[in-house]
Design a protein around this ligand. Structure first.
Ligand code: 6PG
Length: 254
């Protein structure tokens, strides 16, 4: 494992392989959960969808990690969701239920899923109300997640913030809808203000197929804000990029 602290407040952890990435991310999850619980009695985490985090969620549910977290005090949110029912193969909620929730059985009230089965604009408003209720923010204050896991698409998208999407420009709403032409699919997503209000944001990026976009975002002197993922920069929080060596192969210097 190699650790870099480039000029910005980003921490880039290059991991030998996806197994090491999962172990480092699981250790971070446990540490942040324990800190949050000692501070506030609970841990609010927003989980990423996609395929990369599946093995991490399974690892957290394994005997090696499961007993290190008081799951009764963990509140599960999602960074984004496909606009499909919760038992649909594309559902991020279903993926987390199968890999993690079904094995640790948190209290049902701790599971705050995005309602993919609902008409997207209503689902976005409903989720924003759910966040308001949970975080109880004063007017104008943003919800502050203890940890947000994010993935990275080869086009530089993260959560369901895709290049050119109007959701990227959203500064008032906490949850936005997005129609992704390429996928012919409606999505729900946390917006950048909410992501950047988090105490800790961690990207999970693995595989040679991501090397070009990782280079474009993380290489020294690049222009990361050209991409949605490059606009993730917690205002008063920490940013970690967990990247496997093959995904970081294109980077000369950070
Ligand atoms: C989703 C994710 C999305 C994902 C990236 C990377 O709902 O699919 O939120 O942003 O993290 O597309 O996906 P992979 O991990 O499958 O490469």
């Amino acid at each position: 494992m190699r650790r870099f602290y480039p000029v910005t407040k980003r921490e880039i952890i290059v991991c030998r392989d996806v197994e090491e990435l999962n172990r480092k991310a699981a250790a971070q999850f446990v540490a942040h959960a324990q800190n949050a619980m000692s501070r506030s009695g609970r841990f609010a985490v927003a989980l990423s969808g996609g395929s990369t985090p599946k093995a991490l969620y399974s690892l957290l549910a394994s005997p090696e990690y499961r007993d290190r977290v008081d799951w009764s005090r963990v509140h599960f949110f999602w960074g984004d969701e496909r606009c499909v029912p919760p038992d649909h193969p594309e559902s991020n909620y279903r993926m987390v239920r199968e890999t993690l929730l079904s094995k640790i059985n948190p209290p049902p009230e701790n599971i705050h899923r995005m309602l993919g089965e609902m008409e997207p604009r209503r689902a976005a408003a409903a989720y924003e109300a759910e966040l308001q209720k949970f975080f109880g923010q004063a007017d104008g204050e943003l919800p502050r997640f203890d940890l947000i896991f994010l993935g990275l698409g080869e086009d530089g998208h993260t959560a369901s913030l895709f290049p050119g999407s109007a959701a990227l420009q959203e500064t008032a709403r906490w949850v936005a809808t997005a129609y992704v032409e390429r996928l012919r699919a409606h999505r729900l997503t946390l917006t950048l203000p909410v992501i950047n209000a988090a105490a800790q944001v961690s990207f999970l990026v693995a595989g040679e197929s991501k090397s070009a976009i990782v280079k474009a975002i993380l290489e020294k002197d690049s222009l990361p804000t050209r991409y949605p993922a490059g606009r993730v920069s917690p205002v008063s929080g920490k940013l970690t990029w967990f990247v496997t060596e093959d995904a970081a192969a294109g980077i000369g210097s950070f």
